[in-house]
Ligand binder design. Structure first.
Ligand code: ADP
Ligand code: ZN
Length: 740
């Protein structure tokens, strides 16, 4: 076995001798550093340690020199130094800057950076299980699933809990199989290095255009200095192939690379491509990865024994030793913005992380965010375009379907024109995709006797019917309840009716209309595990469905070679509402969905059903005149002084009592001297667009400032000056993505 290329040098950070005072940051919500004495044998800055806190033992990091000023006799010693490489200074700087930018306490930042289970456990061995040669006494469906998992993974072995999780069975099923020696026990070191990725293997033969951009990106990585490149390429142009060139260069330099993807389901396809390109699979870090695997990933990244990580936004906080490249694929994707807990945009933080450690960033997208478009225009990012699809594949033709005529019968959502196109694909053995960005069966349930609409008890939102699960569900808080027989308001029975379509209802219409066609619905809530979703996507790509019905889940990067017809059921949906990014999002989403069509040798067409074909956004989608669209969008935002041409913060005050919440918000607006000093404008308080969530009333204040102003110090001074009652919460979101 070859040793990985990454060399972890012991960081040249300060060293503290036994008894010296050090400042320790813990994950406890204290918001200050604590002084301890360095233990026997001394300790390095950045070391992960266990320290006493009251009667407890907690994990912390040695941040630097202790502040002193206390009675030295009262200061306790660090209990032990954890056997992992110390946190690098660049990570300390990064956590500090993200904390400052997002107004997040350092203890919360450290929690993000230590999300590895069993950090303090010794390396040790663990038990894993594989198939022996015995058959179970009796085969049950559950046992079959366990055996199936092991067979699927050809020779791989798993811990008992992983097996139960992967097979979706209880641990007793696994134990039963162990008892009968169907499963054989093995011991393995807990954390093993990831297999070597060979940067010298040849990739696909690149087109001239791909090779040109790939070469430039390689050069940026080889320079070992910070840069950000915007890789804008039409869907199917080979952006992945091109940024894999940058990854190859990074690995060849002996540095680590990180590829961020917005959706777990996309990782399968990507892992295969990495394996094809470099001969082995990279490390994975996201919520779908088992606990043992997460621990292994965190440790191995820290020891330099993982060359490439593919992950979700939180992988930015992994303890890379020698990070040389961060790729943010589908960089415009809204899911890069964390919407609870620490509010950060992973794309922006990737740029920050890279600028601290001298790494390159590649932002890849077919429809970049306006922010990145503007940064490229301003010369902060360098932009590279791939204008052609790879090979014979051509970009799909876009055609509007005007719904204002009598195209639609009542209670139907597939127009006759679109239906004819789908029939034609069925005849030719090609696939169609019907896109509707609405989960569930129907968004509204109304009583035809009294007009009452069923809402959530705790939120200012209507309950969405999910027939697949047989329940009504609130998309704000996740609460569900059974569909009642009688109207909760007037108590008349049998009058509740579904209004409007969701994907499940669209599937029902499609089943009736395209009799005998194989229909597959792809929606995030219909697949219990990431694994079953991945399998579904794979089988669809192999032709297992004639018609795919999906939410935005299908818009993201999947390759369906047989797909030649995309029908956007309601192009107007995203244009309603007051969101700052409504136009941008609609444009990106529909262009992305349309881009699913015709990715192989057959040409594709996208049909856009709309009630307002003259709307400028719909016009831009149809014409594909992106530069004009972005220029117009940029001009509008510039005029309004909103991001990226101004600074903005969204403040949400929430609590159980509406009057109290309003009082606090009003007090805040009247006492905002720190904000006035930076000439910020303050709007509100006003009820938030979703005025109640989980029983808490929500009131919103918007703060706007000029682009050149750093608003965080003013915001935190303001925040510190108000002392809201304990049941009122104030949250501040810098650069809010949505106004909900
Ligand atoms: P994008 O990320 O821009 O949507 P991909 O990198 O996924 O594009 O490429 C689209 C398809 O074309 C993929 O199946 C990919 O394997 C193929 N492809 C792209 N470039 C090449 C190339 N130079 N040689 C062979 N296949 C390629
Ligand atoms: Zn709710």
């Amino acid at each position: 076995m070859r040793t990985p290329l990454i060399v972890t040098s012991f960081p040249d950070q300060s060293y503290f001798e036994a008894g010296q005072l050090v400042a320790v940051l813990t994950t406890q919500p204290l918001d200050r550093f604590l002084d301890y004495k360095a233990p026997e044998g001394g300790v390095f800055q950045g070391a992960f340690v266990e320290v006493p806190l009251g009667p407890r033992k907690v994990i912390g990091v040695v941040w630097g020199k202790g502040a002193g000023g206390y009675d030295p006799k009262k200061i306790r010693s660090i209990i032990s130094v954890i056997d992992v490489p110390p946190m690098r200074e660049e990570m300390q700087v990064f956590l500090g800057k993200v904390g400052d930018y997002t107004l997040t306490a350092m203890s919360s930042m450290l929690r993000l950076a230590t999300r590895a289970p069993g950090l303090t456990d010794p390396p040790g061995m663990r038990k894993i299980y594989g198939l022996g040669d015995k058959e179970p006494d009796r085969m049950t469906p559950a046992r079959e699933k366990v055996i199936g998992v092991l067979e699927d993974h050809g020779g791989l072995r798993f811990t008992a809990s992983e097996l139960a999780q992967l097979a979706g069975v209880t641990s007793s099923v696994v134990k039963g199989l162990m008892k009968q020696d169907v499963l054989v026990e093995y011991e393995t070191p807990r954390d093993v290095a990831y297999p070597h990725l060979d940067a010298r293997m040849d990739g696909k033969a690149l087109t001239d255009d791909q090779a040109r951009v790939g070469g430039i990106l390689r050069g940026k990585v080889a320079s070992r200095s910070y840069s950000t490149s915007l890789l804008k390429g039409v869907t199917g142009s080979g952006k992945t192939e091109v940024y894999l060139e940058a990854v190859a260069e990074c690995l060849a330099q002996g540095r680590q690379a990180l590829v961020l993807l917005p959706e777990i389901a996309l990782t399968v396809e990507f892992l295969d491509r990495v394996e094809e390109r470099f001969g082995a699979r990279p490390a994975e870090w996201h919520s779908g990865v088992t606990v043992t695997e997460r621990r292994r990933c965190w440790r191995m990244v820290g020891e330099g024994k993982a060359q490439l990580v593919v992950g979700a936004r939180s992988s930015l906080y992994l303890p890379f030793q020698n990070l040389g490249l961060i790729v943010v694929d589908e960089e415009h994707d809204p899911s890069y913005k964390q919407e609870d807990g620490v509010l950060y945009n992973a794309r922006d933080m990737a740029v920050l992380r890279a600028s601290i450690c001298g790494a390159s960033v590649v932002l890849a997208s077919a429809t970049p965010s306006l922010e990145s478009w503007a940064n490229a225009k301003a010369g902060k990012y360098e932009r590279f375009d791939l204008a052609q699809r790879f090979g014979a594949a051509e970009l799909p033709t876009m055609k509007p379907i005007d719904l204002r005529g009598d195209e639609l019968a009542p209670g139907r959502w597939i127009s006759n024109t679109l239906a004819r196109e789908v029939f034609a694909r069925l005849d030719r053995g090609e696939q169609s995709l019907l896109f509707l960005n609405r989960r569930g069966y129907a968004p509204v349930t109304v009583c035809r006797a009294c007009g009452f609409q069923i809402g959530c008890d705790d939120c200012d939102a209507r309950m969405v019917e999910h027939r697949f699960h047989g329940r009504l569900m609130c998309h704000q808080c996740g609460e569900t309840k059974p569909m009642p027989e009688a109207c909760p308001s007037c108590e008349v029975e049998g009058k509740l009716a579904a209004v409007g379509p969701g994907v499940e209802r669209l599937a029902e219409e499609a089943e009736a209309r395209f009799e005998g066609a194989k229909i597959s619905v792809l929606s995030s809530d219909m697949h219990l595990s990431a694994r079953s979703l991945k399998e579904r996507i794979k089988s669809i790509a192999e032709g297992e469905a004639d018609i795919i019905i999906g939410t935005q889940l299908v818009a993201k990067g999947h390759n369906f070679p047989l797909l030649t017809c995309v029908g956007v059921i309601d192009a107007d949906l995203g244009l309603q509402g007051s969101d700052l990014r409504a136009a941008e999002r609609t444009f990106q989403l529909i262009r992305q969905v349309a881009g699913r069509a015709g990715r192989a040798d057959k040409k594709g067409t996208a049909f856009i059903q709309t009630l307002q074909p003259e709307h400028p956004v719909i016009q831009a989608i149809l014409s594909g005149e992106e530069e004009e669209f972005w220029a117009a969008e940029a001009a509008q935002r510039n005029l309004a002084g909103v991001p990226p041409y101004g600074r903005m913060a969204g403040v949400v005050v929430s609590g159980p009592d509406l009057a109290q919440v309003f009082d606090v918000a009003q007090y805040m607006v009247r006492n905002a001297e720190p904000l006035l000093r930076i000439n910020a404008e303050i709007f509100g308080p006003a009820p938030a667009p979703i005025a109640r969530v989980r029983g808490r009333h929500r009131v919103r204040i918007l703060v706007k400032a000029a682009k050149g102003v750093v608003i965080q110090p003013a915001l935190s001074a303001w925040y510190a000056s108000i002392k809201p009652p304990t049941n009122v919460r104030v949250s501040i979101d810098i650069d809010p993505q949505t106004f909900y």
